[in-house]
Design a protein around this ligand. Structure first.
Ligand SMILES: [Zn+2]
Length: 316
């Protein structure tokens, strides 16, 4: 638009009544937010990406759709954009995605998200789980130096599922019928090194074999593993080909020089506190929440920029 036409448009805006000016301002702000989301989504995308559907390199640009660059694969003839193959593909209202990332960071309830973003509860629910899906991949591939491992337990929950749960429904976030460990508890193994690389595993059962299977790939041979000497964990550690330093908490010994599990315990209590706001999470989504917490906990002051969070949700 030419400068003179722009000046005329701005002049016209000045004549609008206040409520219409507010409508225009809201419209502009939504457009700006949508453009910001698009920038985040497309940042780092190669100019000629490989086809996510058939991995071919014969790619041509194919116009823009919904503000995003569209590509066409000459091999399989299908089109794609930066969101194809990510959990955010085909979600609407991109202008509100940064707001959604912010809402997750702030730990808002679904009800609060609906109010803040003016979206339906079903949308808020879908967004939450699509956004939660990716940080799961932000899992340490290897722990370095001294690593600590510990288990935590979550109540098995079929939240949101109405049929076939095989027992009477519990009140929100309720308690297990039996005390202590039982089939109602879902074990989670947390492994973390002293520089903050963290991995979590939702286990089927706390057996030495299962623990070994998940820990072995992330523990290089020169790692020293500290555990609280819990039976299965200690048994697993003995067969992991790494140096194992059990700390005997039952005898009141918490720290033996550099050997302790205080780092992983502190992480566990931060995680427990953060989870309280969700009032019990469905077991099938547990790994998603754990992944999201890993992303939050890595950020300074526990407050990552929504832009980083959105980027995390679209990077595979
Ligand atoms: Zn293709």
């Amino acid at each position: 638009m030419r400068t003179r036409e722009l000046a005329r448009l701005i002049g016209t805006l000045g004549k609008l009544p206040r409520d219409q000016r507010k409508t225009v301002a809201a419209e502009l702000s939504a457009m700006e937010s949508c453009a910001s989301s698009t920038d985040v989504i497309e940042t780092g995308m190669p100019t000629r990406p490989d086809c996510p559907l058939c991995a071919s390199r014969q790619i041509v640009k194919h116009g823009r759709c919904g503000g995003l660059q569209r590509f066409r694969c000459r091999h399989c003839n299908r089109t794609f954009n930066a969101l194809t193959g990510t959990p955010l593909a085909r979600l609407h209202l991109r202008g509100k995605w940064l707001g959604q990332a912010e809402a997750l960071r702030d730990g808002l309830t679904l009800h609060q998200v609906c109010e803040r973003l003016h979206v339906a509860q079903s949308t808020a629910f879908r967004w939450r789980h699509r956004f939660l899906a990716l940080p799961q991949t932000v899992q340490a591939r290897a722990l370095i130096g001294i690593a600590e491992a510990d288990e935590m337990y979550y109540l098995h929950s079929c939240k949101g599922q109405r049929h076939g749960i095989g027992r009477p429904a519990r009140k929100r976030g309720g308690k297990a019928a039996k005390r202590g460990l039982s089939g109602e508890q879902v074990p989670v193994l947390i492994a973390r090194d002293r520089i903050g690389n963290t991995a979590n595993f939702v286990l089927g059962a706390v057996t030495a074999q299962e623990i070994r299977t998940v820990l072995r790939p992330i523990l290089p041979a020169d790692t020293v593993l500290c555990t609280d000497g819990g039976t299965a964990l200690a048994a697993a550690a003995r067969h992991l080909d790494v140096e194992h330093r059990p700390v005997n908490l039952s005898r009141g010994i918490r720290v033996q020089g550099a050997w302790h599990v205080q780092n992983v315990n502190a992480y566990g209590s931060r995680l427990r506190n953060w989870m309280i706001r969700f009032k019990g999470v469905a077991t099938k989504y547990l790994a998603n929440y754990l992944g999201w917490f890993r992303a939050l906990d890595r950020s300074p002051r526990f407050s990552p920029d929504p832009v980083q969070l959105l980027a995390l949700a679209v990077r595979v």
